[in-house]
Ligand binder design. Structure first.
Ligand code: GUN
Length: 302
């Protein structure tokens, strides 16, 4: 039986529709729009394309955005100084700052990311935001991890008491997603808001022994490794929900970490690439930017 394909695009459109209304309410109250500043370093075509789609999505919901470009030759110190100047408001108001990754090899990415003040860190990468998430009191949650959780909630895929296996331990996706899915559901939450937490989580990585034995135990299998089509049908339990976070460019085409053709014959639900998790990452960035502007407004700095 073929799996149900989870349509990330249509969910992202619904999220954008509700964000647009919230942004209008914010703008009427504070007399300005939330504003996102994106730092784009160098001339990687993929990064330029992602940044373009983030700016276009911001415009669709009424969030102002600006892209600040820096040359591929920029040093760590120059980029840190650039981020600091944006944070001080020297390039106009910034409610949120996003430094598009990857940065050139000679740059100390951690130093540049750490220069983003935690209150403006709409990517959720700053140690303060990572720490808050790990303590179960999230502020800005990394966008892709938040998008995967949102997709599970929307599709009403039960997570409580079930086994989620995540392949990939990155700070951007694997680790925060493990924290989200294993978090205790708020006692007041009713279904379907209870979906997306209370799972038993296994976090796999490149040194995990006998990966297929682990992935075959998954009720929910998340692939976030960046290796084209590495998850094949034999690695999937029949009926499992398979979430593909991979965005790999192969011969000019986008290919996920999951071999969609074979896995969709075994899985219960599956996300496509493109059109699965990707649009949700962007939608969660917009939600984080609105949240950043709201927190700033609430603190009297609007
Ligand atoms: N490059 C690939 N994914 C991401 C992301 O989620 N945030 C940033 N800043 N850069 C990325």
């Amino acid at each position: 039986m073929a799996a149900t394909v989870l349509d990330g695009r249509s969910l992202a459109t619904r999220i954008e529709d509700s964000l647009r209304a919230e942004v209008e309410t914010f703008a009427a109250m504070f007399r300005h729009r939330p504003r996102l500043v994106v730092v784009l370093v160098g001339d990687l075509a993929a990064s330029a394309s992602y940044v373009k789609s983030k700016s276009a999505a911001a415009a669709r919901v009424g969030i102002d955005s600006e892209v600040v470009a820096a040359p591929a030759t920029a040093t760590t110190a120059e980029l840190v100084a650039l981020v600091e100047s944006i944070a001080r408001g020297e390039r106009g108001r910034a409610d949120g700052i996003l430094v598009q990754l990857p940065l050139p090899d000679h740059v100390d990415s951690v130093a540049v990311l750490d220069a983003v003040p935690p209150q403006l860190d709409v990517d959720g990468f700053h140690p303060e935001n990572a720490g808050l998430l790990s303590q179960g009191r999230p502020r800005f949650v990394p966008c892709t991890a938040a998008g995967v959780q949102r997709l599970l909630i929307d599709a009403e895929i039960e997570t409580a008491g079930r086994h989620a296996v995540i392949v990939g331990r990155s700070d951007i996706v694997g680790k925060p997603l493990a924290l989200l899915l294993s978090a205790k559901a708020p006692s007041t939450a009713a279904p379907p808001a209870r979906h997306g937490c209370d799972a038993t989580v296994t976090l796999c990585h490149s040194r995990s022994a006998d990966l297929a034995t682990l992935t075959r135990q998954a009720d929910i299998l998340v692939a976030a490794v960046g290796r084209p089509k590495m998850i094949t049908a034999e690695m999937v339990k029949p009926g499992a929900a398979v979430i593909d976070v991979g965005i790999n460019r192969v011969d000019g085409r986008l290919v996920g970490d999951v071999d969609f053709e074979s896995v969709s014959q075994v899985a219960g639900q599956i996300t496509p690439v493109p059109g699965g998790v990707g649009p949700l990452t962007v939608a969660m960035l917009l939600a984080n930017t609105l949240l950043a502007a709201e927190l700033r407004g609430r603190n009297g700095h609007a």
